[in-house]
Design a protein around this ligand. Structure first.
Ligand code: GLN
Length: 483
């Protein structure tokens, strides 16, 4: 049963091949048996999952239907879940039980999804390797000595290892697409504002966006359908109708104009990944797409701009964790200053502290113009580059990451080398565009992803192209040995 995709599960539940309770029992057993190798879950909510499964079976027996009714999911541990610990991968929130559900969580629960638990992640979603979690690193099921990517590394490893069919992730600079690429999944970062951020613990509010992680584009479409939509509780959520994401999955690609940015294929890209990207382009050409070279001239400035803007927003968002209102509080503080200093010093890990310091520095009176304001100007230039490119092409294609998954610990002492791995993903966050990563082959037995970027609100187009590609390739069906 664990090999089934979400779409297959929906059919199996509809034709009563199995019940949600049977499926839930079976996957909970798999998590118990296999997750100790991976560490992909922070919390497994056994009783709650079984209750939700029985409730879904009862709703179905009473005549309700729907592709998500009774289907299993897990949430990245920064989506607030009422009555369940929501740790954000941090000692700071190790004892935090959310008093309410995030909008994404409640929408999917209302649709009947069964939450198996909360997945491991980089602390406060800062990272690309899932090594900064207070709960220990996550292992990549394709090779347990390698990282699964981050920050949604727990969701990625769990879905790749067939512990469940789909999970939620969030993407501030690539945290859905990059771990999807490194574990052979399909992951979609929606347009900024397409999915409510309410109840999603903030890292960098102008960049954060929740989205689906699955093995196929078809499953991403089903899950996005349940997640997307306007929410009055999030002032940046956009009041646009949600299209039927599954309706056009099979639309022909005849005449689709795909742009390949020349800046994507320079130094720093593993040549074997470049070859796989070109092979995926050939497949799409055979399906009728037309390929053009384009240019994104300001791409080289994206990493420095992102690593000013994201820490600046983080330093502000994380100031609320002060040991007073909620979160970790140090033992026996001498006075108020000592309470703040030690609660934050002991509650936050090194990467989070580094970003708070960088962000506070970039926002400080003497440096605001030189760093933060400059970075915002670069952000606009990057958006303008995309707007110009989308005059000529319908979609932009390239690698998701410059390298396959690296060995655990390999970049731990060199944060900048990890930041450089975000080179292809962060531009979409800076511009607010939707992006998708899909499996496109293997290098040394490790998965490689191809990234597609589209104009605002064109998630349907991304899913259509990825689905057509997945009908003529089988990379996405491959499973890691032992899982
Ligand atoms: N790797 C990037 C960072 O560390 C992106 C993380 C994310 O998207 N949450 O900030």
């Amino acid at each position: 049963m664990h090999q089934l995709t979400l779409a297959e599960i929906a059919r199996g539940l509809a034709d009563k091949s199995f019940s949600s309770e049977e499926l839930t029992q079976s996957l909970l057993g798999r998590i118990k048996q296999l997750d100790p190798q991976l560490n992909s879950f922070i919390s497994v909510t056994v009783e709650r999952a079984l209750d939700q499964a029985r409730a879904a079976d009862a709703r179905r027996a009473a005549g309700e239907a729907g592709p998500l009714l009774g289907a299993p999911i897990a949430h990245k541990d920064l989506f607030c879940t009422q009555g369940v610990r929501t740790s954000c991968g941090s000692k700071m929130l190790d004892n935090f039980t959310a008093p309410y559900d995030a909008t994404v969580v409640s929408k999917l629960a209302d649709a009947g999804m069964v939450t198996l638990g909360k997945t491991n992640m980089d602390e406060f979603a800062m990272g690309s390797a899932n090594e900064s979690s207070h709960y220990g690193p996550v292992k990549n099921p394709w090779n347990l000595e390698h990282v699964p990517g981050g920050s949604s590394g727990g969701s990625a490893a769990a879905v790749a290892a067939r512990l469940l069919p789909v999970a939620t992730g969030t993407d501030t600079g690539g945290s859905i697409r990059q771990p999807a690429a490194l574990t052979n999944l399909t992951g979609l970062k929606p347009t900024y504002g397409r999915v409510s951020r309410w109840g999603m613990i903030a890292y960098a509010s102008s960049l954060d966006q929740g989205g689906p992680m699955a093995r196929t584009a078809e499953d991403c479409a089903l899950l996005l359908q349940g997640m997307a939509g306007f929410d009055t509780k999030d002032s940046t959520c956009i009041d646009e109708p949600v299209p039927d994401y599954s309706a056009n999955l099979n639309a022909p690609l005849q005449g689709l104009r795909i742009g390949l940015p020349k800046e994507y294929f320079g130094a720093g890209l593993d040549s074997r990944i470049a070859d796989l990207v070109h092979a995926s382009v050939k497949e799409l050409e055979q399906l009728g797409a037309v390929v053009k070279q384009i240019s994104l001239p300001n791409m080289q400035h994206a990493i420095p701009a992102y690593y000013v803007i994201a820490p600046a927003e983080a330093s502000s968002n994380l100031s609320r964790f002060d040991g007073v209102r909620f979160g970790y509080r140090c033992e026996d503080p001498k006075d108020l200053t000592d309470l703040y200093k030690r609660s934050r010093g002991e509650g936050f890990g090194v990467e989070v502290q580094r970003r708070i310091m960088v962000g506070a520095y970039a926002l400080s009176a003497g440096y605001y113009d030189a760093y933060y304001l400059q970075a915002q100007k670069i952000r606009r230039l990057i958006k303008n580059d995309f707007m110009a490119a989308f005059e000529d092409v319908d979609l932009i294609l390239g690698p998701t990451t410059p390298n396959p998954a690296w060995k655990l610990g390999a970049k731990s002492n060199d944060p900048v080398s990890a930041y450089l791995e975000d080179v292809y993903t962060i531009t979409a966050n800076l511009a607010g565009l939707p992006g998708l990563s899909m499996p496109a082959g293997f290098v040394d037995g490790l998965p490689v992803g191809v990234q597609l970027l589209a104009p605002y609100f064109q998630e349907g187009r991304l899913l259509n192209v990825a689905h057509r590609y997945q009908q003529v390739t089988d990379w996405h069906t491959r499973a890691p040995t032992g899982f």
